[in-house]
Every structure is written in structure tokens, then in C-alpha cells.
Design a protein around this ligand. Structure first.
Ligand code: NAX
Length: 328
């Protein structure tokens, strides 16, 4: 029998948390043979609702779930964590300036990074879901100097999955026929979903589509603004699809990408593709044995170059702003 893996989830009482926890407990995060212990981290006002969710988790009698603990202290919440999903964040409210948003989130992600540094297991892997995800990941990482920087990642898998689905709809292909799609840059409206290296049933996706106008005017904005469209339709932001993407991100990181395919993850740049070193930006990556590598050698055309550069410029601005606020 395997030792249970400790999975910490912040924002456990929120809507993504509610969609996420049951799938972690049923084995979708790490595998059908991997027992897990859940550590739920909330703020004091969220504790009671988190307890209610824990009661429901109990009521599922999940064979793989070996324990649930609930905390409002990050030092306890991250104690012994092997995987940390940082979902809880401060949303942007009406009239909030970007600086206010960044400093409110700094107040969450800086202490959480410090708690991870001090208390998490040596093999800790961190996924930041809470927005602004890339920059929150940068803040947490900067507060955890003893943890290898590459263990801090930000979620662009929802964007990746959205792009696959839109492309499948456009071309009549099955989602499983689509490979090698890439989200570049920031998880924001400036993100760039790139199909120039993607394949549909082995054929180049851009050639199958054959319509640059559709790419520029429909595909890219539909993917980039999908979050807003969901809010408009549902009256609440994406939750089950975001939880699903978080499951996919960690599952792929731990268990690997399929041969001939890759995925998109927000990861610290090593300078590849002209993205300044240290920025947490989305790249095409392959995963193997619990590690990821940036796919190298892709030819970046002019259409792609200017869009990648624009999203990366936004990441630079966010980094400079949090630097100025003393958060990194
Ligand atoms: P909710 O507001 O439903 O839940 C957030 C939960 O976090 C609340 O229960 C709150 O009490 C808790 N929380 C706040 N501060 C905390 C702290 N310091 N420690 C622990 N818990 C804390 O939001 P939800 O819809 O679940 O969304 C969570 C985050 O995901 C938001 O920041 C949202 O913007 C972000 N998203 C990111 C996506 C991505 O693709 N990267 C997509 C979906 C989603 O919009």
C-alpha cells in the first residue's frame, strides 16, 4: 500500500473548490491507485462552509480518501503538502485599480509562499489558479526561496482546453484528434492560443482551417474572452471547467504528456522564445517523470510573434508593479 499524497487546496469553500475536491478524492488528480489526504485551507469566514464540504466528502466514502483536515492558518495548511492547489484569491471588484488588486493578492500569496517554503514536503508541486494567476505564482515563488523555482506553476490549461474545443467545433474534428496546441503568455485577455504548430488528425491545423481572418477575429477572441462569456451566461464564473483544468494540469505534470503531444502550462521562463527569464508565462511543454520541459525549436511566425510579445509585455508590467509594491 502506498503512502497517501498530501494535497492542499486553498479556497476550498469556493465554487472551484467544490468542483475540485470530489475529483481529487475520487482519484482523478493523481491516478486511480494513489491514496490522498486533503488539507483544506480557508479564511476564518470560509471555515464553516469548508466543514460542510468535508462532510459531503465523508459521505462519498471514497476508497482513496485517507483523511481531510481544515485550516485557516497557512503554516498548518501546507504542512507536509506534496501538491498545493492555490485557488483562493481576491477577486477584482468594481472600481478596484490594478495596484489594489495586486497588493490584495500579495497579501494572500506572499504568506502562502512563505508557508510552503517552511512546511511543505520536499517534492512539493504548486499550481496557482487564483487570478491574476501568473503573477500570484510569481509572488508565492519569490516568498519560497528554498523551493526550486520550477515547482511554481500557473494555470493556462483551461484556456488550452477551450482552444481545443473551439478548433474541434470549427473543423468538425474530434477533440482527441487535436494535438500540439499552445497557449502563450498570460492567463488574461492578452493570452495567445497558437494553432500554427497544432495538428488535427496529423495535418497542420492552420492549413486545415485555412482562414487567418477566422483566427484573428473569431478564434483568438473567443478563447481569450470565454471566461467573460461564461459569467454572462451562467451568472457566475467558470467553476467545473476550471476545476477540470486544474485536475488536467497536475495529472499531466505528474503522469506525463502523450507521445507526440504537448500541453500548455504557466511556468518560470528560462528565456526561451524571447520571454524574459523568471517571468511566469505559458509555454508549450512536455512532461515526463514529474518534470516538464519547454518544447524547443518551434518556428514563430510574425502573426504569432506580435501576439506573444504583447502578452509577455503585460506580464512584465505586472511583475514590475508587484516589484514596486515590494511583493517580490
Ligand atoms: P470563490 O469566490 O467562489 O471562492 C474563493 C474562495 O477562496 C472563498 O471560499 C474564499 O473564502 C477563499 N479564500 C480567499 N482568500 C483566501 C486565503 N487567503 N486563503 C484561503 N482561502 C481563501 O471563487 P472561485 O470561483 O472558486 O475562483 C477562485 C479563483 O480562481 C478566482 O481568483 C478566479 O479568478 C480564479 N479562476 C482562474 C481561472 C484560470 O484559468 N486560471 C479560471 C477560473 C477562475 O476564474
Amino acid at each position: 500500500t502506498r503512502t497517501p499524497v498530501n494535497v492542499t487546496v486553498t479556497g476550498a469553500a469556493g465554487q472551484i473548490g467544490y468542483a475540485l475536491l470530489f475529483r481529487i478524492a475520487s482519484g482523478h488528480l493523481l491516478g486511480a491507485d494513489v491514496p490522498v489526504k486533503l488539507r483544506l485551507l480557508e479564511i476564518p469566514q470560509g471555515m464553516k462552509a469548508a466543514e460542510g464540504t468535508a462532510m459531503e466528502l465523508d459521505d462519498c466514502a471514497f476508497p482513496l480518501l485517507k483523511g481531510i483536515d481544515i485550516f485557516d492558518d497557512p503554516n498548518q495548511g501546507f504542512d507536509g503538502a506534496n501538491v498545493a492547489l492555490l485557488v483562493g484569491a481576491r477577486p477584482r471588484t468594481k472600481g478596484m485599480e490594478r495596484g489594489d488588486l495586486l497588493s490584495a493578492n500579495g497579501g494572500i500569496f506572499k504568506p502562502q509562499g512563505a508557508a510552503i517554503n517552511a512546511h511543505a514536503a520536499d517534492d512539493i508541486k504548486v499550481l496557482v489558479v487564483g487570478n491574476p494567476a501568473n503573477t500570484n505564482a510569481l509572488i508565492a515563488q519569490a516568498a519560497a526561496p528554498d523551493v526550486p523555482a520550477e515547482r511554481f506553476t500557473a494555470m493556462t490549461r483551461l484556456d488550452h482546453n477551450r482552444a481545443i474545443s473551439q478548433l474541434a467545433k470549427k473543423t468538425g474534428a474530434d477533440v482527441t484528434d487535436i494535438k500540439r496546441l499552445t497557449i502563450w503568455g498570460n492567463h488574461s485577455a492578452t493570452q495567445y492560443p497558437d494553432i500554427f504548430h497544432a495538428e488535427i488528425a496529423g495535418k497542420n491545423a492552420a492549413e486545415v482551417v485555412g482562414d487567418e481572418q477566422w483566427l484573428a477575429d473569431t478564434f483568438i477572441p473567443t478563447v481569450a474572452k470565454r471566461g467573460a462569456a461564461i459569467i454572462e451566461a451562467r451568472g457566475a464564473s467558470s467553476a467545473a471547467s476550471a476545476a477540470n483544468a486544474a485536475i488536467d494540469h497536475v495529472h499531466t505534470w505528474v503522469n506525463g504528456t502523450a507521445a507526440g503531444d504537448w500541453t500548455s502550462m504557466g511556468i518560470p521562463s528560462d528565456g526561451s522564445y524571447g520571454v524574459p527569464e523568471g517571468l511566469i508565462s505559458s509555454f508549450p511543454v512536455t512532461c515526463k517523470d514529474g518534470k516538464y520541459e519547454i518544447v524547443q525549436g518551434l518556428d514563430i511566425n510574425e502573426f504569432s510573434r506580435k501576439r506573444i510579445d504583447a502578452s509577455v509585455a503585460e506580464l512584465v508590467e505586472e511583475r514590475d508593479a508587484v516589484r514596486e509594491l515590494g511583493l517580490i
